[in-house]
Design a protein around this ligand. Sequence first.
Ligand code: NAD
Ligand code: UDP
Length: 432
Amino acid sequence: MPSPIIPIRTLDKNGEEITTVGFTRFGFDSEVHLDVLRSLYLRPHYILTVGADDSEAEAVTKQEAQHAKFTAGLAAYQSKSIFHPASQSISYTTLSRFPPVRLLAPSARKRVLVTGGAGFVGSHLVDRLMLLGHEVTVIDNFFTGSKTTVSHWVGHPNFELVRHDVVEPFMIECDQIYHLACPASPPHYQFNAVKTIKTSFMGTLNMLGLAKRTKARFLISSTSEVYGDPEVHPQPEDYWGHVNPIGPRACYDEGKRVAETLTYGFHRQDGVDVRVARIFNTYGPRMNPFDGRVVSNFIVQALKGEDMTVYGDGKQTRSFQYIHDLIDGLIALMNSDETRPVNLGNSDEFTIGEFAELVREIVEKVQEEDGVKLPRRVQIIYKPMPTDDPQKRRPDTTRAKQSLQWQPRWTVRMGLEEMVRYYKAKMAEGSI
Ligand code: NAD
Ligand code: UDP
């Protein structure tokens, strides 16, 4: 696999440079070069648009020169889009070549099903599994996900994308199932509460049935929301939670709780080989910019020069994990023999008010690096607190450390910088 140089230096929590993600653990090698992975999502944030005097061919040439500068030899592996402001349209080109994937012996190649694989977390998992040389099938109903998150793999012989709703049964032969399908942002999961709980229950039932039939290993993406508004801080896995069963968040919180119950039911009754990841707030590129979660809201607001909206007094806390750490944790968990629930999250805790200030500072830094002068500093304003919003949240990740030898490497600052650049690119191409 080539290891090209992209001029972004990323330092981990100990100040060491991060050049790869993943590791070999439990007999499974998940390591890929960060630049290769990055070339799949971090399009240059200097995307050209077709100007009045440019022909499309000229614009493409200029754009490719910019791509080459930023992606150092990987531009051939990126699909391209050109924004035409005059007609408010966008033209897509297909890939000329797929990114190189590892050549695995058939005995090492896994057939992996990823439900919700066109979503934020799913698409990053798909990138990693594809680069590692596995066969990946995504099923997704595109409620909150989008085909564009995995379009760079469509047509690849190791990849299949199927429009399917997990509340209906699905038949396939596979070795591992990552069951992620479920909206994750509060506005999205509350949009149709009945559908959310149906997805959690029936979707999980169908996928566990599939795992039972095929003897595939099954991993569910559960959530820190199973702890509700916690009375224990930080939250270890043996805390049973404090959830309002009839509040507006219940469709998601109780949905995930019952999905965990089902998972352990199949494990005890039918011997299904299960893994349960309790994911804490995670952010990164490809997060739907309009899904209402705090990180995407703050970055998009700050980039657009709009007021940043803090709900309540901003004293509630969250701990934010960068996507690549989560994917490392999910893959390690899947391939380990840990069947108990495992928290995956970053323990760097912020009040939401502090976090708004950090995001503002990072957006200003990136804009300054790009020579963008802002007319005025964006303001932080306060809005009413949503019902049942948890007051504090921080994972106790002792179990993940002991069982998986996993701990987060990315600082919140490094992750945020990358995400700001990603959203800048999206804004430049007109899709935000
Ligand atoms: P997302 O909304 O970006 O992705 C969810 C995906 O599932 C989307 O592609 C959506 O279209 C698909 N989907 C939803 N309902 C479906 C259905 N009935 N049938 C088929 N596909 C369906 O969210 P995400 O952040 O990528 O979350 C992925 C998983 O991780 C979810 O299960 C979520 O509960 C869990 N999780 C995420 C976080 C986080 O901070 N991102 C935290 C805790 C748990
Ligand atoms: N939040 C906020 N402003 C926003 C969006 C969210 O202050 O524009 C707050 C929200 O009230 C919560 C925290 O940020 O306290 C995290 O919200 P998010 O929806 O991202 O996820 P949650 O952890 O609540 O599921």
